[in-house]
Design a protein around this ligand. Structure first.
Ligand code: ATP
Length: 320
């Protein structure tokens, strides 16, 4: 029995050893990545009972990913192997303004071959929370696989959370906006950034964006705002609303960031951990911001995700 299930891709990020356009980068460092993988690892570090449903290829990069997921405490049970497939590779460039650009290599990508039914009805019935993101919706059969996963989990009574995760480089066969709207329709809780929404032509401040997303079905929307923390809106139907519309803002924690890669995924892990533990929206934002702020103080995404005790110490220092 696994309480929280995260579905989606894991891939290898190649991080440039120097800033500048991709054409000029000569050497890269290898890192395990993928937004859902980061969320799953983040939850494992926070002592959640979490499983990560993904599919790995048959190439040496898949061995590296399998070992990494295992080292971070994720059970093998939901990690599928597909000898015919290859690992998705993402080459990243860092602009002068710390903006990132991605170049994806996704031929025969293992994660895009995730199939409907990979997680059984019984396993979904045991889960109180499931999480997925739009990146698995850029190709078939993974698109149908995650849609079915979210639908069956919702029908079985789990809370379904969704991250639109804009990566304009990835969209071809399906459009980003169409996929994100589909995701909103399946989700109870959405975590998004203003940039994710601008990519689909939706503009506004955080309260406007959150209310707009709730029109598509979710009862709770969290908008993260980088160094300015996060905002959340929940309709009266949300389990943490106590029958009233709720609006919460947490300004985040001032840190000296070393690397903000994966901060959004760290926030998601923290907020899901908190809400699935039954705390209110305000505490969930504070906890998510603390997990994310701590992550930005170390290099890398997965390796920088803090343990529960590190987050507790960080908050104790800041709040007392
Ligand atoms: P990423 O794409 O880097 O994973 P994101 O764009 O999805 O992140 P952001 O809104 O930039 O999401 O950041 C997520 C959370 O990370 C914020 O809500 C905040 O808690 C934390 N964070 C990000 N940048 C900073 C910063 N400079 N200082 C403190 N906290 C930060």
């Amino acid at each position: 029995m696994t309480d929280i299930l995260v579905a989606g891709e894991t891939l290898v990020d190649f991080i440039p050893d120097a800033a500048g356009p991709l054409a000029s980068v000569e050497s890269f460092s290898r890192r395990a990545g993928g937004a859902p993988a980061n969320v799953a690892v983040g939850l494992a570090h926070l002592d959640a009972d979490v499983g990560f449903w993904t599919r790995l290829g048959g190439d040496p990069f898949a061995e590296f990913l399998a070992e990494t997921l295992d080292d971070h405490g994720l059970p093998e049970r939901f990690v599928e192997r597909d000898p015919e497939a290859k690992t998705t590779l993402a080459f990243v460039s860092l602009g002068e303004d710390a903006d990132r650009e991605f170049s994806f290599y996704r031929e025969d990508a293992a994660d895009a071959r995730m199939e409907v039914g990979g997680v059984s009805d019984d396993e979904l019935a045991d889960a109180s929370w499931v999480h997925f993101d739009a990146l698995s919706m850029d190709a078939e059969p993974s698109r149908s696989a995650v849609v079915d996963f979210a639908e069956r989990a919702g029908d079985a009574g789990a809370v379904v959370s969704f991250d639109p995760n804009a990566r304009p480089e990835r969209w071809g066969e399906f459009t980003y906006a169409d996929s994100v709207e589909r995701g909103f329709g399946l989700a109870d809780v959405v975590k998004a950034t203003p940039e994710d929404l601008a990519e689909m032509g939706v503009e506004g401040d955080a309260p406007e964006l959150a209310r707009e997303i709730c029109e598509h079905g979710p009862h709770t929307v969290i908008v993260t705002l980088g160094g300015e923390g996060a905002y959340a809106y929940a309709t009266a139907d949300a389990p943490w609303s106590e029958g009233r519309e709720t609006e919460v803002r947490h300004d985040g924690y001032a840190v000296d960031p070393v690397d903000t890669t994966g901060a959004g995924d760290a926030f998601t892990a923290g907020a899901v951990r908190a809400l699935s533990n039954g705390v209110g929206l305000e505490e969930a934002l504070a906890f998510g911001n603390a997990v994310a702020a701590t992550t930005t103080t170390a290099e890398g995404a997965m390796t920088a995700l803090p343990t529960l005790s590190a987050v507790e110490s960080f908050r104790a220092e800041r709040e007392n």
